[in-house]
Ligand binder design. Structure first.
Ligand code: GKR
Ligand code: MG
Length: 461
C-alpha cells in the first residue's frame, strides 16, 4: 500500500545543521543573562493539510484539517516555532494575543496566561484567554529557549524520563479516499484523484473484517501494539464485532481501547461492556457523555474508564474527585494549557490514583514532536499515546524532510535543541495557500457527513 509520496510535489532533506549553532551567549563565554530572548514579532500562519474521509461520532472529516503555525522572532535573532489547533476564531485570538506578547521575554512564558487574561478582560471582542492559544505561544518560546541554550525541549523540562515514546494505532472507520462524494466538495483544492491518484489507498473500511485487516496492516507498518477503535459511527454491535475481529488478529495479545465519543446511552454502554469484560481491554473511553453518566457505567461495569471529554480542564478535577468517573485521563497540551500544565496534571494524577495517556486531533509534525517531548517528561503517561499522524500522507507535513517515522510503535525523543524539528517554508507556504483557497475556516464534520448520508444527525445509539 502506498500513500501519495509526492503530495503537493514537496520533498526535503532532514537538516539539523541550523539547530547545532552555538548558543547566542556562547561567544563571550557569558551566562544566560546575556540573552533576554525579547520577542520582536509573532507570525501566525493558518494552514490546511489533507485529511481522508475518516468517521467519528461528529460525522466525517472534511478534505482538510486546519492548524495554526507560530514563528516568534527574538531580538537575539533566534526564531522559535510552534503549532496549535486551527480555525479562524483561533487564528484571530492568536493574532490578538501576539500584540501583547511582543516586547516580552520568551523566558517569561509562564506569565503569559495572566497577561492574556488581563488583555481578554479589557477586550471582550478578542478572547486571548484560550489554552490552545497559550499552548502554541509556550511551545514557540520553549523552542526558542532550547535553541538559545543548545538543549532539547525535554531536557529543559526535566527529562527525558524515557528515550522513546510509545503511540497507539488510532483506527477509524472510513470511506475510500476516492469516494465520489469527496470530489463533490467545493473545498477540495488539490490534485488528488481516483485510483492511484487517491489521497491514500486504505479504501473503504466499514465492516469488522476490513477494520481487522487495517489493524493488522497498521501493526505491520508502524509497529503499534495497542489498538484504539474509534466507535460511535456504526451500530454498536457492529463496532463490538470489529473489536472482536481485531482481537482475533492479534490472538488476544493486543491491548484494546474503544472510544464512541459519548454517542452511546448508558444502557448500550453497559450492554456492550459485558463482552468487553471478556477481552484484553486496556480502557473504555468516553462511551457516554458527562461525568455522571461515566460514573454510572464505571460503577456498573468495573472496567477501567478513560476520558478526553469529561475531565479536560483543571476546574473539572474537583467534580471528578467527587464523582470518580475515570481511571485514565488523556491529556492534551493544547487543551490543558501547555506542556508544564500536563506535567502538573501528572503530579495530581499520582495523588488521585489516575494514569495518563495523550489525546490527539489531526496535527502536523511540530505537534508530533511536542507530544513526543511531553511523553518524555511526564512519567505518569504510562499508556501509549493517541496520534492522528499516520493519517497525514507522506509529503504533506510542513517539517523539513520526510514525515516522522514510527519504529516499533515508538518515536525517538528528539535530541536537537528546542523542538527538534524544522519548518520547511515551501511546504508551509503551500499549506497556507490551500488554506486560503479551500475556504474551510472551522471543522464541521456533520456537514461533510450529510454529503455522504443526506439527513445524517448525531443521534445516540
Ligand atoms: O478526529 O474525529 C476525530 C476524533 O474523534 C477526535 O475529534 C477526538 O477528539 O480523537 C479524539 C478522541 O479521542 O475523542
Ligand atoms: Mg476520545
Amino acid at each position: 500500500m502506498s500513500d501519495r509520496r509526492t503530495f503537493l510535489q514537496v520533498a526535503g532533506m532532514t537538516g539539523l545543521g541550523s539547530f547545532l549553532a552555538k548558543p547566542a551567549w556562547a561567544d563571550e563565554g557569558q551566562t544566560l543573562q546575556a540573552t533576554d530572548l525579547k520577542i520582536t514579532e509573532v507570525k501566525i500562519t493558518p494552514i490546511a493539510l489533507p485529511d481522508p474521509p475518516i468517521l467519528a461520532a461528529s460525522g466525517c472529516h472534511g478534505p482538510y484539517f486546519l492548524r495554526n503555525i507560530l514563528e516568534i522572532t527574538t531580538e537575539d535573532g533566534i526564531i522559535g516555532i510552534g503549532e496549535t489547533r486551527g480555525g479562524l476564531k483561533r487564528t484571530e485570538r492568536l493574532q490578538a494575543a501576539a500584540k501583547h506578547v511582543v516586547g516580552q521575554s520568551a523566558f517569561a512564558y509562564r506569565g503569559f496566561p495572566a497577561l492574556l487574561a488581563d488583555a481578554a478582560a479589557n477586550d471582550k471582542a478578542q478572547s486571548t484567554s484560550d489554552p490552545a492559544v497559550y499552548a502554541g505561544l509556550e511551545l514557540a518560546c520553549l523552542d526558542a529557549i532550547g535553541k538559545a541554550s543548545g538543549q532539547s525541549l525535554s531536557r529543559l523540562l526535566g527529562g527525558p524520563v524515557r528515550d522513546e515514546v510509545e503511540f497507539a494505532a488510532y483506527l477509524f472507520f472510513r470511506f475510500a479516499a476516492d469516494h465520489p462524494r469527496v470530489f463533490d466538495d467545493v473545498h477540495l483544492k488539490d490534485d488528488r484523484g481516483r485510483g492511484d491518484r487517491a489521497l491514500d489507498q486504505w479504501g473503504e473500511v466499514r465492516t469488522p473484517e476490513a477494520m481487522a485487516d487495517m489493524a493488522r496492516q497498521w501493526n505491520e507498518r508502524y509497529g503499534f501494539k495497542a489498538m484504539k477503535l474509534k466507535a460511535g459511527v456504526l451500530p454498536p454491535d457492529v463496532e463490538l464485532d470489529a473489536l472482536k475481529a481485531i482481537n482475533d488478529v492479534f490472538g488476544g495479545q493486543a491491548p484494546l481501547r474503544i472510544d464512541p465519543n459519548g454517542r452511546w446511552t448508558i444502557e448500550t454502554a453497559n450492554r456492550i461492556a459485558r463482552d468487553l469484560q471478556e477481552m484484553p481491554l486496556e480502557y473504555y473511553e468516553d462511551p457516554v457523555r458527562g461525568q455522571e453518566a461515566m460514573t454510572a457505567v464505571r460503577r456498573e461495569t468495573g472496567l477501567p474508564m478513560s476520558t478526553n471529554s469529561c475531565v479536560t480542564r483543571f476546574d473539572h478535577i474537583a467534580d471528578a474527585v467527587k464523582n470518580e468517573p475515570v481511571d485514565i485521563v488523556l491529556c492534551d497540551h493544547h487543551g490543558w494549557g501547555g506542556i508544564p500544565a500536563c506535567q502538573a496534571l501528572g503530579t495530581l494524577a499520582d495523588s488521585l490514583g489516575w494514569r495518563l495517556s495523550q489525546h490527539s486531533n489531526n496535527h502536523a509534525g511540530l505537534t508530533m514532536a511536542a507530544m513526543t517531548h511531553l511523553g518524555a517528561v511526564t512519567p505518569q503517561i504510562v499508556h501509549s499515546s493517541d496520534t492522528h499522524y499516520p493519517w497525514l500522507v507522506e509529503g504533506a507535513d510542513i517539517i523539513e524532510g520526510p514525515n516522522l517515522k514510527f519504529v516499533d510503535g515508538k518515536l525517538k525523543v528528539p535530541i536537537a535543541p528546542g523542538l527538534g524539528v524544522n519548518l520547511d517554508h515551501d511546504k508551509l507556504a503551500r499549506a497556507h495557500e490551500i488554506y486560503q483557497k479551500c475556504g474551510m475556516r472551522e471543522r464541521n464534520d456533520s456537514v461533510t457527513m450529510q454529503r455522504f448520508e443526506p439527513g445524517w444527525t448525531r443521534d445516540l445509539f
